[in-house]
Design a protein around this ligand. Structure first.
Ligand code: ATP
Length: 363
């Protein structure tokens, strides 16, 4: 649906997009994810036609978008600010884009009603827009965009102004809506959890470039670099020394963990800023084995609990593994996430604990 080839964007001396290549499939929920200033909004705006590109090609539905103004593109954008007219009713806001539509008044009203129903605002048409809640404004903005039946809906941090509960609710509703209408959605967000929850595929961007493009599970389980791993969720990192290649990966020595074979699929290339080889693993890929309970996975390493943070459903432990001071003598406690299932006691600081882990979960 969208093909971006070699796209560059300069703002004077500033190089905001540094060669973006990207294909977004029809009907896909696609996210551009990255820290503030990485260029994700700029990229979205180049798709929308609000921004000229300095070099490269943007194709939408097979058509070169060069010189095509925003209002002639098969795209529509939902802004972070919603941009709702406070002096118009909900229905007038939603129907705003149909002003020059040749359909009859009754047909337009039916289209407005249909769009409102789609976003869960059936019967809200006569309400004053200024009195709406944040979540309702968001829905009005969506309905206003969807009524124009774009091929691509561009969403620029649409949920960032909502409180946590509302945001989570809207995330689920947006996924359902996208499936229902079948339009290609391109979402810009700096919130990694939001991207993981909502997207079919995610492009992670740093400094005007794509660092990784993958589905949520692949991105989380096999980040392509330390930087991506660090940006998406929590990752433990330990220094490693490479012993050599094996038939199915690389053998490394990791202080605290000993010799481990990392599967080839989990090995990634170094980033320019990396300080030598590192292994990483997620807090939920390791667990504390309490006395009398057998290890659930692979191998077990003893250590001491340094810190306990209780979250209700989860407890986070920082554990210093025996021998983990390793090559440079620095202690590097690892973080372990344990689900608080019924009957499992929360451990105390200072307790000795066995940590169970699996070599297959290391990257
Ligand atoms: P945020 O989440 O903070 O909006 P972002 O990843 O969306 O960040 P962009 O808004 O795309 O980032 O901006 C990328 C870079 O380009 C930033 O350093 C920004 O300051 C710069 N930039 C964006 N628009 C302009 C402009 N009109 N003139 C000059 N520089 C700009």
């Amino acid at each position: 649906m969208i093909e971006i080839r070699g796209v560059q964007k300069h703002y004077g001396d500033y190089h905001a997009l540094r060669g973006i290549d990207l294909t977004i499939r029809a009907g896909e929920f696609f996210s551009l994810l990255g820290p503030s200033g990485c260029g994700k909004t700029t990229l979205l705006r180049t798709i929308a036609g609000f921004e000229d590109i300095s070099d490269g090609v943007v194709l939408i539905d097979g058509q070169d978008m060069e010189g095509v103004p925003a209002n002639s593109r098969p795209t529509n954008m939902v802004f972070q600010s919603y941009a709702i007219f406070p002096h118009l009713t909900v229905a007038e806001n939603v129907g705003f884009g149909l002003r020059r539509d040749p359909r009859s008044k009754a047909e337009k009203a039916a289209a407005v009603e249909e769009a409102l129903e789609m976003v869960g605002l059936k019967g809200f048409g006569n309400r004053a827009s200024h009195a709406l809640s944040g979540g309702q404004r968001q829905r009005v903005a969506l309905a206003r965009a969807l009524i124009l039946k774009p091929k691509v809906l561009l969403l620029d941090e649409p949920l960032s102004a909502l409180d946590r509960k509302m945001r989570e609710q809207m995330q689920v509703e947006l996924i359902k809506l996208q499936r229902q209408v079948g339009i290609t959605f391109v979402l810009v967000t700096h919130d990694q959890e939001e991207a993981l929850v909502m997207s079919d595929r995610i492009a992670v961007m740093f400094e005007g470039q794509i660092a990784q493009l993958d589905g949520p599970e692949a991105l989380y389980a096999r980040p392509a670099s330390r930087r991506v791993a660090d940006f998406i969720g929590v990752m433990n990192f330990l220094p490693a020394r490479i012993h050599g290649d094996t038939s199915d990966g690389v053998e490394v020595e990791v202080p605290g963990l000993g010799r481990v074979e990392i599967p080839a699929a989990n090995v990634s290339k170094a980033d320019p800023g990396d300080e030598g080889p590192t292994v990483g693993f997620r807090p939920e890929a390791v667990s504390i084995v309490t006395s009398g309970q057998p290890a659930t996975v692979g191998r077990t390493t003893p250590g001491v609990i340094d810190e306990v943070v209780y979250y209700g459903d989860m407890t986070y432990y920082d554990v210093r593994l025996d021998g983990s001071e390793g090559f440079d003598g620095k202690a590097r406690p690892i973080r372990i996430a344990m689900r608080n299932v019924f009957g499992r006691e929360v451990q105390d600081v200072g307790t000795r604990a066995n940590v169970s882990w699996s070599p297959g979960s290391l990257v």
